[in-house]
Ligand binder design. Structure first.
Ligand code: ZN
Length: 275
């Protein structure tokens, strides 16, 4: 890339950010350039840019349903709650299945291609990191996945599409083929513990990484939010890209409150121009 082209990119960034954001983007690009073990932590905000509504946001699913019906205990004890849960979950799954990754997802793939990605720890259950081409062994889904269903009694796992076909055709409350137990999407529900192995794996990366990039998480859901916190406490640098402020902003090297895909595109352009 020529000096003139580099200048044009910087000029474009300056215009686009009204002179405020270019420094943050340049600093973030430099931090990525000098880091070797990057932990990317993603939350609902990266998925909303792919058209998947934030599960917890007001005006979405909770206008139609009562969240307390979907506590694990109620799903187990009440057939009516199970029926409602499957109805809601199926509706949400259809949106996730048809969604496609956005630039932010692909930018993480670019970090992997540069040999810098330690792991992606995601709070999302939509598999968009997989679909963007990131290696599955690098992705830790701490809240599980909507693309599998498991039996709460015997642990048998099914492909979600298989169960969805049955659900649509005749079975409003799917049950396990092996033991007739309760089937539930393999996601962490309210009142359900986080999978210990995935949490431990994530913590190990938090201790080892030299840079943590938070994308689209408000960092209020614990214990997931403790992962970037531990990374910083152990000497990692921190970049936060999120629409809103987070409780960890004061510990970050760079905070950018803007569209993640737009920010990552600008960072990529800078990184490529300096490569
Ligand atoms: Zn079973």
């Amino acid at each position: 890339m020529t000096i003139k082209q580099k200048f044009m990119i910087l000029y474009y960034l300056f215009l686009f950010s009204n002179g405020k954001m270019d420094n943050s983007i340049i600093t973030a690009a430099k931090l990525i350039d000098v880091s070797r073990k990057i932990l990317v932590f993603t939350g609902a905000g990266i998925s909303t840019e792919s058209g998947i509504p934030d599960f917890r946001s007001v005006g979405g699913i909770w206008d139609k349903y009562n969240p307390s019906d979907f506590h694990l205990q109620n799903i187990i004890s009440s057939e009516e709650c199970r029926r409602k849960y499957w109805e809601m979950s199926s509706e949400y799954y259809k949106v996730m299945k048809t969604a496609t990754p956005n630039y932010a997802h692909y930018s993480i793939k670019h970090i992997e291609e540069r040999g810098k990605l330690a792991a992606i720890v995601t709070q999302n259950i939509d598999r968009l990191h997989h679909r963007a081409g990131c290696s599955s062994e690098k992705i830790i889904e701490i809240h599980g996945t909507a693309f599998l269903v498991s039996c709460l009694s015997c642990g048998t796992t099914y492909e979600r599409d298989l169960i969805e076909e049955r659900f649509i055709e005749y079975e409003k409350i799917p049950i396990c083929d092996r033991c007739s137990g309760i089937l539930k999407p393999a996601t962490v529900s309210f009142g359900q513990a986080m999978p210990e192995d995935k949490m431990n794996q994530s913590l190990a990366y938090a201790y080892q990484c030299d840079l943590c990039i938070v994308m689209g998480s408000s960092l209020v859901v614990y214990p997931a939010a403790s992962i970037p916190e531990i990374a910083v406490e152990n000497g990692a640098r921190l970049i936060i890209i999120n629409r809103d402020m987070t409780p960890l902003d004061h510990k970050a090297d760079v905070v950018i409150n803007d569209s993640i895909s737009r920010v990552m595109k600008s960072i990529d352009e800078l990184s490529l121009s300096s490569a």
